[in-house]
Design a protein around this ligand. Structure first.
Ligand code: ZN
Length: 282
């Protein structure tokens, strides 16, 4: 089933007087949303106990929690220590995601640094292969890890690079951040055909229909410059895009059922609800 929800807390959550993420599942449920992405961006600060408690509350409200691994991950890092840390960031994210009762962890795979692109990508690929093996060795054979398409030229994560990482194992599925793709390609995502040709068709052709059907999606409008992503915007933006409706048309036509998270700047829950409204109106 296709699901919609916010990544992180909307500003309106605090404005309405709510303080704790434990109050979030009920708040989302009242807005007819189905998922919540918990970001470990600056580190995994939640304990296994608290995560288990939050997971139970989420389940009672029919909210599924996905996790975003820390931003520090870089499998193309120059220092071996940073690569070792990257394994641990994903393993620990998976551990907490299991406490949430969920089965998806999104991650940024790496940055090119001053290395040749192919060289950097091959380091990332080896890092993801090792991560997958470590996850299996630890008994985590039922969790999807989702490398994300990135918005800046210096980051590893073009659509093709993410597809190639997903070829490593059946438990690796793409996280397509359409705002990132649009930023990197200078506004290339405009029509339904653009969404199909640039993103959906290559994924279906190379990874098969099932991985495309259940893929993970981040969607927000993003300001970009010559080198790609500058900053996340809200659906109020009319200049940068991309627009959700042409994508929704493609998702319906292809019968895809991704988890779609809004990463709008402060209006994530509102914009997730708007995407759900658009999708259901087609
Ligand atoms: Zn991300």
């Amino acid at each position: 089933m296709i699901k919609f929800g916010p990544s992180g807390n909307s500003e309106s959550f605090a404005r309405e007087g709510y303080k704790h993420t434990k109050e979030m599942p009920e708040w989302l449920s009242k807005r007819n949303l189905e998922i919540f992405e918990y970001s470990f961006g600056r580190g995994i600060l939640i304990s296994a106990e608290t995560a288990t408690e939050l997971g139970k509350i989420a389940k009672a409200n029919n909210i599924e929690i996905t996790a975003h691994a820390p931003y520090f991950i870089n499998f193309a890092a120059l220092e071996q220590e940073k690569i070792e840390n990257s394994y641990n960031y994903i393993l620990n994210s998976v551990k907490i995601e299991k406490c949430f009762g969920g089965n998806r962890v999104v991650f940024h795979s790496g940055a090119q640094m001053k290395q040749d692109r192919d060289f950097a990508f091959n380091k990332v690929k080896a890092g993801v292969e090792n991560t997958m093996q470590k996850l299996l060795d630890a008994g985590y054979d039922d969790v999807y890890i989702c490398p994300e398409t990135m918005g800046k030229q210096g980051q590893i994560g073009t659509v093709q690079e993410v597809i190639d990482l997903c070829k490593i194992h059946k438990n690796i599925i793409p996280c397509v951040d359409f705002g990132h793709v649009n930023s990197l390609l200078q506004g290339a995502l405009k029509t339904t055909d653009d969404y199909k040709r640039i993103v959906l068709d290559p994924i279906i052709d190379q990874l098969g229909y099932e991985k495309a059907r259940i893929m993970h999606v981040h969607f927000s409008k993003i300001q970009y410059g010559a080198k790609g992503e500058i900053k996340h915007l809200t659906f109020e933006d009319t200049e940068y895009g991309p627009e959700f409706e042409p994508l929704a048309v493609a998702l319906k036509e292809y019968k895809l059922e991704p988890y779609i998270l809004s990463e709008s700047a402060g209006t994530q829950a509102e914009d997730a609800a708007e995407m759900k409204r658009i999708f259901n109106s087609l």
